[in-house]
Design a protein around this ligand. Structure first.
Ligand code: ADP
Length: 494
């Protein structure tokens, strides 16, 4: 009988299930979107029961589509939207409130109150005092849902990020765990001791009895209960989406770096078995725990990258599909001195300016749509370059290769411009599905379905390599222009 690995990819807007074979080929995919709730300006919620229903629904669909049953599945691996916070009653299984999504800013004021503790928070968790992380979201639920704090103190409520919730549901309430790569995004987890931190839990008034057991990213957590698939399937892998992508891109060694070009951009640099504290506004995070070893990463994010291409498509009506942006960009020799800074929701690392807004500089009478399209695509690469140089300065050495995935990584013009502007080799694999693949690999390594990391590397096929070809003077000139554009953008606060 043919055997496969099932990856559950629980994202921010949809739940997906992907079934992989031994070579990392996709056998079957199913996807379902779910409801986004915006109860107030800046608030974002999901229904945990809908997350669960859509996730399991797609698992059934993916099996059905490929004519498979639970017997064909060796193990399940999970990857998920990170930081999103769920609290549920351990006796009834009912969530006490909607999931508070990572994007939700409702605890911005609370996070400001934590600023005096920021050094301690950074030292223990690698994070900043920001509403992005789970800690203040969990505190909000305990403070605002009637009876929640008392029930939590009595040990009746459990907290989990999405992977924790899914594992608990799949094991029929038997297993309450959170893998290191997810736990480290809560602001309650000490990335040095690999355990929940008493001082942080006291600071945020979180009863420690509600926290899941921290576990490695590849381990046998438990089995799905019989009722779900008509038989048990072991659950053996779990990692947050960005760390799973780092693993799926085979960034196994210190110095390996990947960038995911989606709505925003996420850069992660594997720093090996030691955490590196950033002096340049990057986060320190756990990449994964595997075979008794923990790997760390430096992480930087750009809020708007592919979304700027969507903006050209939908708001500016410049073209009908995102890939057409490449044809437009190639119709002109260069951006004609135009710089676009797509700070639509402020600037993230390394600038951290929430009040900045998008700008276009350098327009002349000769500026055409093509120049603006080209400058927008270039802005994706410039923003990445800012993060890469922050990373290089934190680790004190040059990064030689960048592995690219995500939708906009299909744009060859963009990839070449990235190689040129960062003076780096950019590698794109034949499959840019690295997130779910990472989850499948974590799960399959535990069961022996994938023998070793070498096995995984063998599966990776390089589709295209982009080598830098811009002369140093040109590069310096372009970077100087970008630097001026960003500085001017940060001066323009309404
Ligand atoms: P996410 O997972 O964040 O939804 P995807 O990885 O699916 O994102 O990538 C989609 C994003 O990439 C969109 O913002 C889209 O505008 C952009 N995109 C997709 N294809 C291209 C392309 N060929 N060139 C430029 N941008 C693209």
């Amino acid at each position: 009988m043919k055997k496969y690995i099932m990856a559950l990819d629980q994202g921010t807007t949809s739940s997906r299930t992907i079934i992989y074979d031994k070579k990392g080929n996709i056998i079957s995919v199913a996807q379902k979107e779910f409801t986004q709730y915006f109860p107030q300006e800046g608030w974002v919620e999901h229904d945990p029961m809908e997350i669960w229903a859509t996730q399991i629904g797609t698992a059934h669909e993916a099996l059905l589509e490929a004519g498979l049953t639970y017997k064909n599945i060796v193990a399940i691996g999970i990857t998920n939207q990170r930081e999103t916070t769920i609290v549920w009653n351990k006796n009834t299984g009912e969530p006490v409130y909607n999931a508070i999504v990572w994007q939700c800013r409702r605890t911005a004021d609370y996070a400001v109150k934590l600023k005096p503790y920021e050094d301690m928070i950074r030292e223990k968790t690698g994070l900043l005092a920001d509403p992005y992380f789970s800690g203040t979201k969990l505190a909000w639920i305990l403070d605002n849902v009637e009876g929640a704090r008392i029930a939590a103190e009595k040990g009746e409520l459990l907290f989990g990020t999405v992977e924790s919730w899914l594992i608990w549901k799949m094991t029929g309430g038997k297993v309450h765990v959170s893998d290191y790569s997810n736990a480290c995004r809560t602001m309650l987890f000490n990335i040095n001791t690999l355990d929940w931190d008493k001082e942080l839990c006291n600071l945020l008034e979180i009863p420690m009895c509600m926290l899941p057991e921290p576990v490695e990213c590849s381990a046998h957590y438990g089995n799905t209960v019989y009722e779900i698939f008509g038989g048990e399937i072991p659950i053996t892998g779990s990692a947050g989406d960005q760390q799973a992508a780092l693993f799926g891109e085979a960034c196994f060694n210190e110095g390996d770096v990947k960038s995911t070009y989606g709505t925003g951009n996420f850069l992660l640099l594997n720093t090996g078995e030691k955490p590196v504290t950033s002096k340049n506004g990057l986060l320190t995070t756990i990449a994964w725990g595997l075979n008794g070893k923990v790997f760390y990463a430096l992480e930087g994010s750009v809020f708007v990258s592919g979304a700027a291409v969507q903006w050209l498509r939908d708001q500016m009506s410049f073209f009908k599909t995102a890939p057409e942006s490449e044809e437009f960009a190639l119709k002109v020799e260069d951006s004609g001195g135009v710089y676009v800074v797509p700070a639509f929701v402020g600037l993230g690392a390394p600038y951290w300016d929430p009040n900045a807004r998008g700008t276009i500089f350098g327009i002349t009478r000769g500026t055409r749509r093509e120049h603006i399209v080209r400058a927008t695509l270039e802005s994706l690469a410039y923003q990445n370059e800012d993060l890469l140089s922050a990373m290089e300065s934190d680790i004190g050495s040059k990064i030689e290769t960048l592995k690219a995935d995500g939708g906009a990584a299909m744009n060859n013009f963009l990839m070449q411009f990235q190689a040129d502007i960062s003076n780096i080799e950019v590698v794109r694999y034949s499959s840019i599905e690295s997130t779910s693949l990472g989850a499948a690999y974590f799960a399959g390594l535990q069961t022996g379905y994938y023998d070793s990391l070498e096995d995984i590397i063998e599966n990776k096929e390089i589709a295209k390599r982009f080598t830098p070809s811009l002369n140093p003077e040109e590069r310096a000139k372009k970077l100087e222009g970008w630097g001026k554009a960003v500085n001017a953008t940060m001066q323009f606060h309404l």
